[in-house]
Design a protein around this ligand. Structure first.
Ligand code: OSB
Ligand code: MG
Length: 367
């Protein structure tokens, strides 16, 4: 006997389509990995891939494939008992890339390991906050009127920071209008790689609106381009897609390509590496914030624990369940005074609701 896995595929409709420069999501096809011990305890991890490789090269059916064909077989030799978190990461290191698939498996095993020790993920990672200030990421809508309506909804709900998705043709004017309507709300933008090296002067027009940061204006592999942009634009540049590891974070900081970093556990292969990038950033005085990938409560719970670490001094994208889903797979995360609580139960601190899991399921693979 040993640990076994169930890979759950779910489909959950978003409350409104989420359009970014790389495409539109209306439904999230979620993958939840369940690691089951001999004694019947389950650990859970969410795979944050999208159905197509628009944000990064990973995508959902590819992630399931790499888990089944390569990652789970690599883990098998260490699954006699619940493995140490470092051993889990090391066992998958010989396969290149696929950080989101690796993060899902390693988080499920970490949740199980922590439950067996009756320790919360927040405590394990070193969280120092019990409540997290929440921002919200606003997709590209169909008109300026609907933008103001949607942002107004979030401001009324108490969100403490607004992030607008931008792309060429949807940037200066929408930002100007939101800034005029809410003169003092913390505001930032995310281009998801939609601009090029020569767009510095165009993006410099955003300097007039007192933005917290401009997120990932250029392609993932173009660190030099980000350095060039940062010489023309005075608003801080923050990398998301380009930060894939401790080494890439250190390089980007040293080259001057980024002065703030968005940490997403899925993008960097899990919570151990996310914590290491956080530690590096604290050492280099680079502020960090916790990004999101439209997670269900399973991924959100773990992200809130991470966002409790001391270096997370910039407001992140950990929004309430209702921002995304009419019904979450876990009990909903509810905004209270613009904040969400870091779960305190063992492991990630939440479990899927059995009936919701069944109702949302499109298939289960046992591995
Ligand atoms: O670039 O931060 C991003 C969602 C999916 C893919 C990429 C991104 C996003 C978001 C939403 O901006 C963050 C969230 O609310 O989960
Ligand atoms: Mg982003």
């Amino acid at each position: 006997m040993a640990i076994s896995f169930r890979i759950h595929s779910l489909e959950i409709p978003l409350v409104r389509p989420f359009r970014t420069s790389f495409g539109t999501q209306s439904v999230r096809d979620v993958v939840l990995v369940e690691a089951i011990s001999d004694s019947g305890i389950s650990g859970w991890g969410e795979c944050v891939t999208m159905s197509w490789p628009g944000y990064s090269s990973e995508y959902t059916s590819g992630a399931i494939d790499v888990m089944q064909q390569f990652l789970i077989p690599d883990l098998r030799p260490i699954l006699g008992t619940t493995p140490e978190p470092d051993a889990v990461r090391a066992a998958m290191e010989s396969q290149q890339g696929h950080p989101m698939a690796k993060a899902a498996l390693s988080t499920a095993l970490l949740d199980l390991w922590l439950k067996e020790r009756n320790q919360s993920l927040g405590r394990y990672l070193g969280a120092v906050r019990e409540r997290i200030d929440c921002g919200v990421s606003v997709g590209i809508p169909t008109s300026l009127d609907s933008l103001i309506e949607e942002v107004g909804l979030y401001v009324d709900q108490g969100y403490r920071r607004i992030k607008l998705k931008i792309e060429p043709g949807w940037d200066i004017e929408p930002v100007r209008l939101v800034r005029e309507t809410w003169p003092s709300i913390p505001l930032q933008v995310d281009a998801n790689q939609a601009y090029g090296r020569t767009d510095g002067p165009h993006l410099a027009q955003l300097d007039a609106f007192d933005l917290v940061l401009i997120e990932q204006p250029l392609p993932e592999d173009d660190l030099l381009g980000h350095v060039q942009i940062s010489k023309v634009v005075s608003t801080p540049i923050c990398l998301d897609e380009s930060i894939l590891s401790v080494a890439s974070a250190e390089g980007a900081i040293e080259f001057g390509a980024t002065t703030i970093i968005n940490i997403k556990p899925g993008r960097v292969g899990g919570y151990l590496t996310a914590r290491e990038i956080h530690n590096l950033c604290v050492e280099r005085a680079i502020p960090v914030w916790c990004g999101g990938m439209l997670e269900t409560g399973v991924g959100r719970a773990a992200n809130l624990a991470l966002a409790g670490l001391p270096g997370f001094t910039v407001i992140g994208d950990t929004s309430a369940s209702s921002r995304y889903y009419a019904e979450d797979v876990t009990p909903p995360f509810v905004l209270n005074n613009g904040q969400l609580e870091v779960p305190t139960g063992p492991g990630i601190g939440v479990e899927p609701i059995v009936e919701n899991l069944a109702a949302m399921s499109t298939g289960v693979i046992t591995a």
